[in-house]
Design a binder for this molecule. Structure first.
Ligand code: ASP
Ligand code: MG
Length: 420
C-alpha cells in the first residue's frame, strides 16, 4: 500500500484540487491512503482568529467569514449543484467553531488553538473526498482523530504509537481493500477525545505515522518543487535536484531547517525502511527525490537559510562556569517557553544560542534568564547551514556578511551572520 500527502498549496483552489484528484485516480487501483493539509494559508488565518478570540480583540468573526468565503469559493468552482450534501457538511463543520466563539474564552490558549485551527484540515479533507467521490473514485473520508492518539500537549501532541498502531491496523486495511482513504494531516486526539495538533507543518509527520503503522511500501509527498533541492529556490537562483538521499542526510537537512519535509517525518520511515518520495504535483511525471537506505552522500553541497534569528548570549552573574547545573536550568527555560534552539555554542563562562524570532515568548524567556544570568540579545540575523561544505561554498554565501558565530563538524558548517 501507498501513502500520499498533499500540502496546502496543492489544494489551494478548485483547479489544483482537480489536479490532485487526477493524480489520485492514476493510483487508485493500488491501496492508497491520502493525507491532506488545510487549503492554502487557512491555518495561518485560523491561527490569527484564535489569537484575536483569545485576547478578545480584533475582528475574529471577520476572519471566520474570510475562511468561509475561501472554502465556498472552492466548492462553487468544483460542484455545479449547490444542493450537493457537501455544502451542508461544510456549514456544519463551521458551526462547531461558531459555538466556541460565542462564549468568552475560558480555556488555555494552546487548547483553544487546537480545537479551532484543526478545522482547516477537516474542511480540506471533506472537500477533497467529496470531489473524488463525485468523479467516481471509491473514496472513504476518515477522521484522523479516531486514529492518531496523542497526549495532551496541545499544539505539539506527542504520539502514542502503540494505541495509534492498534487502531489503524484494526480498521484501515479492510477499508483500503476497496476504497481510497482520504484523511487529515496535522491533527490527532487525546484519550478524552479532545483534538490536538502535531506542530505547525505537521501533515508530513501524519503521513509518516499512517505509513509506518500500515507498513506501506512507500510514501509520496507531493510538492510545488521538483523534489528535494540543494537550496531553497526562494534564496538561490540556481538549484539542483537531488535524485537520491539517505535517511540520515534527510534527517540532518530537515533538522537544520530545510523546510521541504517536516523533521519528524523521516525517523519512523527509516525504522521501517519505507521509501519516501518527494515529487512535484505540477509535473507528476517527474522522478523527484527518493529518500531511502543508500550509501550515496549528497552529490552537491546543500544550503539551508533561516532568517529572523535572535542571538542570545548568556553569562553567569557570579562568574561561575557554564556547567551541568547552569545548562540544565537554561535548557529547561528554553523548553518551557517553547523556544527551539537552532544553533548553540558554549565556552567556560558563556552559553549562546540562535533561535527563531517568535516574539512574545522570547521576552518572557529573557525575564526568567535575567534572574540568574547576564543576558545580551541581537535580532535580525541569518543562520546559514551548509551540509557537505567546502571553503568555496562558505566564501560564496558570506559575501557582504559579518560572521558572528561559526560551528563546523566534518560534514556540516553553521554560520550565524549579519548583513553589512
Ligand atoms: N495546515 C498545517 C500548517 O499549515 C499543517 C501542514 O500544513 O502540514 O501548519
Ligand atoms: Mg500548511
Amino acid at each position: 500500500m501507498q501513502v500520499f500527502k498533499f500540502g496546502g498549496a496543492s489544494v489551494k483552489n478548485a483547479e489544483n484540487i482537480k489536479n490532485v484528484t487526477s493524480i489520485i485516480s492514476k493510483y487508485k487501483a493500488s491501496e492508497l491512503l491520502v493525507v491532506v493539509s488545510a487549503i492554502d494559508i487557512t491555518t495561518n488565518k485560523l491561527e490569527a482568529l484564535t489569537k484575536n478570540y483569545y485576547h478578545q480583540n480584533g475582528d475574529f468573526y471577520g476572519l471566520l467569514e474570510e475562511v468561509k468565503k475561501d472554502h465556498f469559493e472552492v466548492l462553487n468552482d468544483l460542484f455545479e449543484d449547490q444542493t450537493h450534501p457537501i455544502y451542508d457538511d461544510i456549514i456544519n463543520s463551521f458551526v462547531e467553531i461558531e459555538w466556541i466563539l460565542e462564549e468568552e474564552p475560558q480555556d488555555p490558549y494552546d487548547y483553544l488553538f487546537d480545537q479551532i485551527v484543526s478545522l482547516g484540515e477537516i474542511l480540506s479533507s471533506k472537500i477533497l473526498a467529496a470531489y473524488c467521490t463525485h468523479i467516481g473514485i471509491a473514496t472513504k473520508w476518515v477522521d484522523a482523530r479516531d486514529y492518531i492518539c496523542t497526549d495532551n500537549t496541545y499544539r505539539e501532541g506527542i504520539v502514542d504509537w502503540q494505541q495509534t498502531e492498534d487502531r489503524i491496523r484494526k480498521d484501515l486495511p479492510e477499508i483500503l481493500d476497496n476504497h481510497v482513504i482520504i484523511t487529515q494531516g496535522f491533527i490527532g486526539s487525546t484519550s478524552e477525545n479532545f483534538t490536538t495538533t502535531l506542530g505547525r507543518e505537521g501533515s508530513d509527520y501524519s503521513a509518516a505515522i499512517f505509513a509506518s503503522c500500515l507498513n506501506a511500501e512507500d510514501i509520496t509527498i507531493w510538492k510545488d518543487v521538483p523534489g528535494v533541492l540543494n537550496a531553497d529556490p526562494k534564496w538561490f537562483e540556481r538549484t539542483e535536484l537531488i535524485p537520491e538521499l539517505s535517511y540520515t542526510d534527510a534527517i540532518e537537512l530537515t533538522y537544520y531547517g530545510a523546510t521541504v519535509i517536516h523533521p519528524k517525518t523521516i525517523k519512523p520511515l527509516q525504522n521501517k525502511k519505507i521509501t519516501l518520495n518527494v515529487r512535484s504535483f505540477i509535473n507528476p511525471e517527474g522522478a523527484g527525490t527518493k529518500i531511502r537506505t543508500t550509501n550515496q552522500t549528497l552529490p552537491v553541497p546543500s544550503f539551508i537559510f533561516k532568517v529572523n534569528q535572535v542571538f542570545i548570549n548568556i553569562l553567569p552573574r557570579d562568574f561561575s562556569f557554564i556547567v551541568e547545573d547552569n545548562l540544565s536550568h537554561i535548557f529547561n527555560l528554553f523548553h518551557q517557553h517553547r523556544c527551539k534552539i537552532n544553533m548553540m555554542h558554549h565556552s567556560a563562562i558563556s552559553f549562546s544560542v540562535s533561535i527563531d524570532d517568535t516574539g512574545e515568548n522570547i521576552q518572557k524567556l529573557l525575564i526568567e534568564l535575567e534572574k540568574r544570568f547576564k543576558v545580551t540579545m541581537e535580532k535580525g540575523l541569518e543562520l546559514i547551514t551548509i551540509r557537505y561544505y567546502n571553503q568555496e561554498t562558505i566564501d560564496r554565501v558570506v559575501v557582504n556578511k559579518e560572521i558572528i558565530r561559526e560551528l563546523k563538524d566534518s560534514y556540516t558548517c553553521q554560520m550565524l551572520v549579519k548583513n553589512i
